[in-house]
Write a protein that binds this ligand. Structure first.
Ligand SMILES: Cc1ncc(COP(=O)(O)O)c(C=O)c1O
Length: 472
């Protein structure tokens, strides 16, 4: 057993990440604050040869931190069942799982009575909360949200959802929520809000929205899927009732997510999934099963827990904390300025923004280019420059349509199915980065966009299955 895990899982410590070496053709590639996997992966170019892959789609899924990978690799031989085994490795794995819960709760600044449930993702976390709402809860949500935060509430029993229109400033968001809640009838109310937009990267006024919610007796859940990888999220300081995020956006891509916050609604709700682990006692009485459900986190964690996923998130939380958000944020701002300044030099490029050019953002930015179909641009960035970005409506269709000013019934599905290369774009390109991004990737991206916009693509593309692909 490695010393890092010896004694008990509680003694698990973090090993130093391996020495980070720069690939030969990219001397600047070690300039990122935290080493991630994949920095030396090379991909073929349609124009011939190959190049180091520039992952600029962190907002979809960030690469694993080297440190997370090392921690998981060190633990993997000791992997065992959680909460259901008498063997040493089961005990160790159970310890590690519960210790991970504490680490993540600490990272999130949870209150002593909060519960932290390991889920599969942000989507899963918000669906879990939706399933736990008291009957008749009124939900208030801006129509700018990611679908994961927009859609689960419709399913809640007796729920009434009020969709608030896209605000144009952070202050307008708070005022609009205030007005909506002011006229709200008595009874349970929940506000769901994003911390940072997955489309514009803009940071929402979470603390102020939480204050508005609480002023009117409502609770608030924070979708921190995009905020947590970039900024400290402290539920106590922000005074939010719940927070949800995904491991795979926080450099921990092992299939786990988190819902953390107030215990009462979760305690009173039916278990999210019915099955082993959620039950204290099951007995048969004639044609019926008499079930005593567990309380606490076990109530909503039926099935064998994902200990690797939970440990990976805990490891990422430790790595981010040790690196220090102050320096990560400073460095991210520098990269963002570089990106925005570079795009501002191209009059054909329009950066999408809800709150205006000066608003605070994380490292996520979407844009359209006059005369370019976004799917075409994204395909050319990949095929000719080895740069991975995303194009589409980013699972936030109402928001992107608002920002692009297109009618809701115009075609605009991801990849703009009917648009040939060069047609007007009904969707956008998103570039996103994080603690593993070297400056070289941002510079290569800017150079590539400049060349594509000024000189056009070097290759021919066609639409296939709704996406632009290189003609081969
Ligand atoms: C703001 C936001 N919320 C929720 C989600 C859903 O996350 P997941 O797909 O991990 O469930 C995403 C994913 O892109 C997101 O960006």
């Amino acid at each position: 057993m490695p010393s890092s895990l010896s004694g008990s899982a509680g003694a698990a410590t973090v090993r130093a990440a391996e020495e980070c070496t720069a690939p030969a053709d990219c001397p600047g590639c070690t300039s990122a604050p935290l080493p991630v996997l994949g920095r030396d992966v090379r991909v073929p170019l349609v124009t011939g040869g190959e190049v180091g892959y520039a992952a600029l789609d962190y907002a979809a899924s960030a690469p694993a931190l080297q440190r997370v990978w090392d921690d998981i690799a060190a633990y993997a031989p000791y992997y065992g069942s959680v909460h259901r085994g008498a063997g040493y490795l089961s005990q160790l794995s159970t310890d590690l799982f519960e210790q991970s819960r504490e680490t993540v709760a600490g990272f999130l600044g949870c209150r002593p009575d909060d519960e932290l449930i390991f889920t599969r993702s942000t989507t899963d976390s918000l669906n879990l909360l939706a399933a736990a709402l008291p009957a008749g809860t009124r939900i208030y949500v801006f129509d700018t949200e990611h679908h994961a935060a927009l859609l689960p509430w419709q399913r809640a029993e007796d729920a009434r959802v009020e969709y608030l229109p896209a605000p144009r400033t952070p202050e307008q968001a708070v005022a609009s929520l205030d007005v909506a809640l002011h006229g709200a009838p008595k009874g349970p109310k929940l506000v769901c809000v994003t911390g940072a937009s997955n489309v514009t990267g803009e940071i929402w006024p979470v603390r102020e929205l939480a204050a508005a919610a609480h002023r009117h007796g409502a609770r608030i859940v924070l979708d921190a899927a995009q905020l947590a990888p970039h900024r400290p999220v402290d539920v106590t300081a922000l005074d939010v009732d719940w927070v949800a995020f995904s491991g795979h956006k926080l450099y921990a891509p092992f299939g786990a997510g988190v819902l953390a916050g107030r215990a009462d609604w979760l305690r009173d709700a039916e278990p999210y999934l019915a099955g082993g682990g959620a039950t204290r006692k099951v007995a048969r009485s004639g044609d019926e099963l008499l079930v005593e459900w567990n309380s606490g986190t076990a109530r909503h964690e039926a099935g064998s827990p994902n200990v690797i996923g939970a440990y990976a998130i805990a490891s990422a939380c430790k790595a981010l904390t040790e690196a220090g958000f102050d320096s990560l944020v400073t460095r991210e701002r520098e990269l963002l300025d570089r990106l925005r300044d570079g795009l501002a030099d191209l009059p054909e490029v329009r950066v999408l923004s809800l709150f205006g050019a000066g608003s605070a953002r994380v490292g996520v930015l979407s844009f359209v280019v006059q005369g370019w179909n976004s799917s075409h641009l994204a395909a050319a960035l990949s095929a000719e420059y080895g740069i991975g970005v995303r194009d589409g409506l980013f699972c936030a269709h109402p928001l992107v349509r608002t920002l692009l000013d297109t009618e809701p019934d115009e075609p605009g599905e991801c990849g703009a199915p009917d648009a040939a290369p060069g047609e007007r774009s009904l969707n956008a390109v998103r570039v996103s980065f994080g603690a593993g991004t070297p400056e070289e990737h941002v510079d290569r991206f800017l150079g590539a966009v400049r060349t594509l916009v000024r000189e056009g693509a070097a290759w021919r593309y066609r639409t296939e299955g709704g996406r632009c692909v290189p003609v081969r």
